[in-house]
Design a protein around this ligand. Structure first.
Ligand code: 1GP
Length: 246
């Protein structure tokens, strides 16, 4: 089964939770431990990436450590073509559609395409949409962040992504955002497209996770919380809230 099929198959039963680990924020060994805790807490996949100044060796080592720790798929979530690894199970082949810089829309993708194809790595085409405030993802990706209170642009981008053949659309408030993507925005995008909607950034409590899940997020992503709550208990409650959402 491909990772894309795994996502769709799990989604048929409940919403998914994914855990983001930034290779820059801990040693590969610690990433392996965190990944095991997250997988024990019920997360459905580990995403590796979201950073800038990281070397490919570090990404490789992190992916290998995460794979040995976790029982769930490892999906690359790269900031650039320099953050890839052949050891992952799949790659979000993502385009930051609301960037001002073509480099983040198709430039890094052009650079990485040949090697990714040569590796035979599974790619999942994904629209990456940065929503206000966007935080570091918005700055680094030179995004014009989408307004939080008006869904028009987000809907247009999401439909365009679906028509371009993308398999997922990701609404990103930015790591450490004070508030997650608003429920009304998630709902508006979910109602506009048939592809799964992923939501991340600023989700730190079961209540916040439940709110985006109930609004229609098919996949809820948390990053920071797993680094803060080392016991995995906070994460377990978040995963339960996502799975319980109807
Ligand atoms: C992934 O950027 C998020 O989309 C992660 O955000 O670190 O705030 O959970 P947090």
């Amino acid at each position: 089964m491909t990772v894309h099929e795994y996502i769709l198959e799990r989604r048929a039963r409940a919403r998914l939770h994914m855990t983001l680990l930034d290779p820059d924020k801990q040693t590969p060994q610690d990433a392996g431990v965190l990944a095991k805790e997250a997988s024990d807490a019920g997360t459905d996949a580990i995403m590796v990436g979201g950073s800038t100044g990281v070397t490919q060796v570090r990404v490789d080592e992190t992916v290998l450590a995460v794979k040995s720790g976790a029982k769930v798929p490892v999906i690359l979530f790269p900031a650039s073509a320099a953050n890839l690894s052949p050891h992952a199970d799949a790659l979000y082949f993502m385009s930051l559609l609301n960037s001002r810089d073509p480099r983040f829309i198709i430039g890094e993708q052009r650079i990485g395409a040949g090697i990714v194809k040569a590796w035979g790595l599974e790619t999942i085409p994904m629209a990456y949409l940065v929503v206000e405030p966007g935080m570091r993802a918005g700055e680094v990706g030179r995004a014009d962040p989408l307004p939080r209170n008006n869904p028009t642009l987000a809907i247009q981008y999401a439909i365009a992504a679906e028509l371009l053949g993308m398999k997922l659309v990701y609404l990103e408030a930015g790591s450490g955002a004070p508030e997650p993507v608003p429920a009304a925005l998630v709902r508006a995008v979910k109602n506009a497209v048939g592809i799964p909607v992923i939501v991340g950034g600023g989700i730190r409590s079961p209540e916040a996770a439940a709110a985006v899940a109930r609004a229609g997020a098919d996949v809820v992503v948390t990053g920071t919380i797993v680094e803060v709550a080392r016991d995995g208990d906070a994460l377990r409650r978040i995963v339960e809230a996502v799975k319980a959402a109807r």
